[in-house]
Design a protein around this ligand. Sequence first.
Ligand SMILES: N[C@@H](CCC(=O)N[C@@H](CS)C(=O)NCC(=O)O)C(=O)O
Length: 189
Amino acid sequence: MLGVPFHEVVETFSSYGGNGHSYEKFRRFSPTGLVPCLKDGDLLVWDSLAICEHIAEAYPAAWPQNKSARVWARSATAEMHSGFQALRTQCPMNCSPQAPLAVIDTELSKDLARIVELWENGLQSFAGPFLAGNRFTTVDAFFAPVAIRIHHYQLPVSVPCQAWIARILALPALQKWIDAARREIEPPR
Ligand SMILES: N[C@@H](CCC(=O)N[C@@H](CS)C(=O)NCC(=O)O)C(=O)O
Protein backbone atom coordinates (compact mmCIF):
# COMPACT_ATOMS: atom_id res chain seq x y z
CA MET A 1 0.00 0.00 0.00
CA LEU A 2 2.95 2.36 0.55
CA GLY A 3 4.83 1.28 -2.56
CA VAL A 4 7.71 -0.07 -0.45
CA PRO A 5 9.75 -2.56 -2.50
CA PHE A 6 10.02 -5.96 -0.79
CA HIS A 7 10.66 -9.58 -1.59
CA GLU A 8 8.39 -12.12 0.06
CA VAL A 9 9.71 -15.54 1.07
CA VAL A 10 6.79 -17.91 1.68
CA GLU A 11 7.32 -20.39 4.53
CA THR A 12 4.40 -22.76 4.91
CA PHE A 13 3.16 -23.72 8.39
CA SER A 14 3.90 -27.24 9.61
CA SER A 15 0.23 -27.42 10.57
CA TYR A 16 -2.57 -24.84 10.58
CA GLY A 17 -4.19 -23.19 13.59
CA GLY A 18 -1.45 -20.98 15.06
CA ASN A 19 -0.48 -23.74 17.48
CA GLY A 20 3.30 -23.25 17.44
CA HIS A 21 4.00 -26.46 15.50
CA SER A 22 6.21 -24.55 13.05
CA TYR A 23 8.59 -23.41 15.81
CA GLU A 24 11.64 -25.48 14.79
CA LYS A 25 11.16 -24.70 11.11
CA PHE A 26 10.64 -20.96 11.65
CA ARG A 27 13.50 -20.70 14.17
CA ARG A 28 15.86 -21.01 11.17
CA PHE A 29 15.06 -17.42 10.22
CA SER A 30 12.99 -15.94 13.07
CA PRO A 31 14.24 -15.70 16.70
CA THR A 32 10.72 -16.23 18.08
CA GLY A 33 9.91 -19.14 15.77
CA LEU A 34 6.98 -17.03 14.54
CA VAL A 35 6.13 -15.10 11.39
CA PRO A 36 6.26 -12.43 10.14
CA CYS A 37 9.96 -11.61 10.27
CA LEU A 38 11.57 -8.88 8.16
CA LYS A 39 15.18 -8.80 6.98
CA ASP A 40 16.24 -5.30 5.93
CA GLY A 41 19.88 -5.49 4.84
CA ASP A 42 21.81 -6.47 7.98
CA LEU A 43 18.83 -5.72 10.22
CA LEU A 44 16.41 -8.35 11.44
CA VAL A 45 13.01 -7.11 12.62
CA TRP A 46 10.61 -9.61 14.16
CA ASP A 47 7.03 -9.09 15.32
CA SER A 48 4.44 -7.33 13.16
CA LEU A 49 4.29 -4.14 15.24
CA ALA A 50 8.07 -3.69 15.26
CA ILE A 51 8.06 -4.27 11.49
CA CYS A 52 5.44 -1.55 10.98
CA GLU A 53 7.35 0.90 13.20
CA HIS A 54 10.58 0.10 11.34
CA ILE A 55 8.88 0.77 7.98
CA ALA A 56 7.35 3.99 9.35
CA GLU A 57 10.84 5.38 10.11
CA ALA A 58 11.61 5.38 6.37
CA TYR A 59 8.02 5.90 5.18
CA PRO A 60 6.25 8.29 7.60
CA ALA A 61 3.04 7.95 5.55
CA ALA A 62 2.65 4.60 7.33
CA TRP A 63 0.94 6.57 10.12
CA PRO A 64 -1.62 9.40 9.74
CA GLN A 65 -0.12 12.89 9.44
CA ASN A 66 -2.70 14.45 11.77
CA LYS A 67 -1.58 14.08 15.40
CA SER A 68 -4.89 13.05 16.97
CA ALA A 69 -5.48 10.53 14.16
CA ARG A 70 -1.94 9.20 14.69
CA VAL A 71 -2.41 8.84 18.46
CA TRP A 72 -5.72 7.02 17.88
CA ALA A 73 -4.22 4.81 15.13
CA ARG A 74 -1.25 3.82 17.32
CA SER A 75 -3.54 2.99 20.26
CA ALA A 76 -5.95 0.96 18.12
CA THR A 77 -3.04 -0.88 16.48
CA ALA A 78 -1.53 -1.70 19.89
CA GLU A 79 -4.95 -2.87 21.12
CA MET A 80 -5.19 -5.22 18.16
CA HIS A 81 -1.64 -6.45 18.66
CA SER A 82 -2.20 -7.43 22.29
CA GLY A 83 -5.92 -8.18 22.45
CA PHE A 84 -8.97 -9.87 20.94
CA GLN A 85 -7.98 -13.30 22.21
CA ALA A 86 -11.41 -14.87 21.67
CA LEU A 87 -11.44 -13.79 18.03
CA ARG A 88 -7.87 -15.05 17.55
CA THR A 89 -8.50 -18.47 19.05
CA GLN A 90 -12.06 -19.14 17.89
CA CYS A 91 -11.71 -17.68 14.39
CA PRO A 92 -8.27 -18.53 13.02
CA MET A 93 -7.19 -16.63 9.92
CA ASN A 94 -8.78 -18.27 6.88
CA CYS A 95 -8.82 -16.91 3.33
CA SER A 96 -10.94 -19.70 1.86
CA PRO A 97 -14.60 -19.09 0.88
CA GLN A 98 -17.07 -18.09 3.62
CA ALA A 99 -18.07 -20.59 6.31
CA PRO A 100 -20.40 -19.18 9.03
CA LEU A 101 -19.43 -19.82 12.65
CA ALA A 102 -22.07 -21.93 14.44
CA VAL A 103 -21.77 -20.41 17.93
CA ILE A 104 -20.82 -16.92 19.07
CA ASP A 105 -20.04 -17.15 22.78
CA THR A 106 -19.89 -14.33 25.35
CA GLU A 107 -16.15 -13.73 24.95
CA LEU A 108 -16.36 -13.53 21.16
CA SER A 109 -19.39 -11.20 21.41
CA LYS A 110 -17.36 -8.97 23.72
CA ASP A 111 -14.48 -8.81 21.21
CA LEU A 112 -16.90 -8.05 18.36
CA ALA A 113 -18.65 -5.30 20.34
CA ARG A 114 -15.31 -3.65 21.08
CA ILE A 115 -14.20 -3.92 17.42
CA VAL A 116 -17.43 -2.25 16.27
CA GLU A 117 -17.05 0.49 18.89
CA LEU A 118 -13.42 1.08 17.92
CA TRP A 119 -13.91 1.11 14.14
CA GLU A 120 -17.00 3.34 14.31
CA ASN A 121 -15.08 5.70 16.57
CA GLY A 122 -12.21 5.94 14.04
CA LEU A 123 -14.49 6.27 11.02
CA GLN A 124 -16.55 9.01 12.70
CA SER A 125 -13.67 10.92 14.29
CA PHE A 126 -11.47 11.08 11.18
CA ALA A 127 -14.22 11.09 8.51
CA GLY A 128 -13.10 7.89 6.71
CA PRO A 129 -13.08 6.18 4.37
CA PHE A 130 -10.22 4.42 6.22
CA LEU A 131 -10.03 3.89 9.98
CA ALA A 132 -7.88 6.94 10.72
CA GLY A 133 -8.74 9.22 7.82
CA ASN A 134 -8.60 9.42 4.06
CA ARG A 135 -5.52 7.21 3.59
CA PHE A 136 -4.84 3.53 4.27
CA THR A 137 -2.41 3.45 7.21
CA THR A 138 -0.91 0.92 9.63
CA VAL A 139 -4.13 0.67 11.64
CA ASP A 140 -6.01 -0.51 8.52
CA ALA A 141 -3.21 -3.01 7.83
CA PHE A 142 -3.45 -4.36 11.38
CA PHE A 143 -7.20 -4.82 11.15
CA ALA A 144 -7.16 -6.27 7.61
CA PRO A 145 -6.83 -9.85 8.99
CA VAL A 146 -9.81 -9.06 11.26
CA ALA A 147 -11.78 -7.98 8.18
CA ILE A 148 -10.90 -11.32 6.56
CA ARG A 149 -11.97 -13.25 9.69
CA ILE A 150 -15.28 -11.38 10.07
CA HIS A 151 -16.00 -11.92 6.38
CA HIS A 152 -14.98 -15.59 6.40
CA TYR A 153 -16.94 -16.58 9.52
CA GLN A 154 -19.81 -14.17 8.67
CA LEU A 155 -19.63 -12.55 12.11
CA PRO A 156 -22.24 -9.88 12.86
CA VAL A 157 -20.99 -6.27 12.77
CA SER A 158 -22.67 -2.92 12.11
CA VAL A 159 -23.35 -1.47 8.63
CA PRO A 160 -20.48 1.10 8.79
CA CYS A 161 -18.10 -1.72 9.81
CA GLN A 162 -19.33 -3.93 6.97
CA ALA A 163 -18.70 -1.03 4.57
CA TRP A 164 -15.12 -0.68 5.83
CA ILE A 165 -14.60 -4.45 5.46
CA ALA A 166 -15.89 -4.36 1.87
CA ARG A 167 -13.59 -1.41 1.12
CA ILE A 168 -10.56 -3.19 2.57
CA LEU A 169 -11.27 -6.54 0.89
CA ALA A 170 -11.65 -4.80 -2.50
CA LEU A 171 -8.15 -3.30 -2.37
CA PRO A 172 -5.91 -4.88 -5.04
CA ALA A 173 -3.21 -5.55 -2.40
CA LEU A 174 -5.72 -7.48 -0.26
CA GLN A 175 -7.03 -9.41 -3.25
CA LYS A 176 -3.46 -10.37 -4.17
CA TRP A 177 -2.83 -11.52 -0.60
CA ILE A 178 -6.03 -13.60 -0.46
CA ASP A 179 -5.34 -15.15 -3.90
CA ALA A 180 -1.82 -16.09 -2.79
CA ALA A 181 -3.18 -17.67 0.41
CA ARG A 182 -5.67 -19.71 -1.60
CA ARG A 183 -2.85 -21.03 -3.79
CA GLU A 184 -0.77 -22.01 -0.74
CA ILE A 185 0.33 -25.62 -0.62
CA GLU A 186 -1.29 -27.74 2.10
CA PRO A 187 1.21 -28.70 4.84
CA PRO A 188 2.21 -32.37 5.23
CA ARG A 189 -0.18 -34.27 7.56
N1 LIG B 1 3.18 -11.00 18.27
C1 LIG B 1 3.56 -11.65 17.03
C2 LIG B 1 2.69 -12.88 16.83
C3 LIG B 1 3.23 -13.72 15.70
C4 LIG B 1 2.42 -14.99 15.51
O1 LIG B 1 1.70 -15.44 16.42
N2 LIG B 1 2.57 -15.60 14.33
C5 LIG B 1 1.87 -16.83 14.02
C6 LIG B 1 1.14 -16.70 12.70
S1 LIG B 1 0.07 -15.31 12.70
C7 LIG B 1 2.88 -17.95 13.86
O2 LIG B 1 3.97 -17.72 13.36
N3 LIG B 1 2.54 -19.18 14.30
C8 LIG B 1 3.44 -20.28 14.18
C9 LIG B 1 2.73 -21.62 14.26
O3 LIG B 1 1.50 -21.66 14.20
O4 LIG B 1 3.47 -22.60 14.35
C10 LIG B 1 3.42 -10.67 15.86
O5 LIG B 1 2.55 -9.79 15.93
O6 LIG B 1 4.20 -10.75 14.88
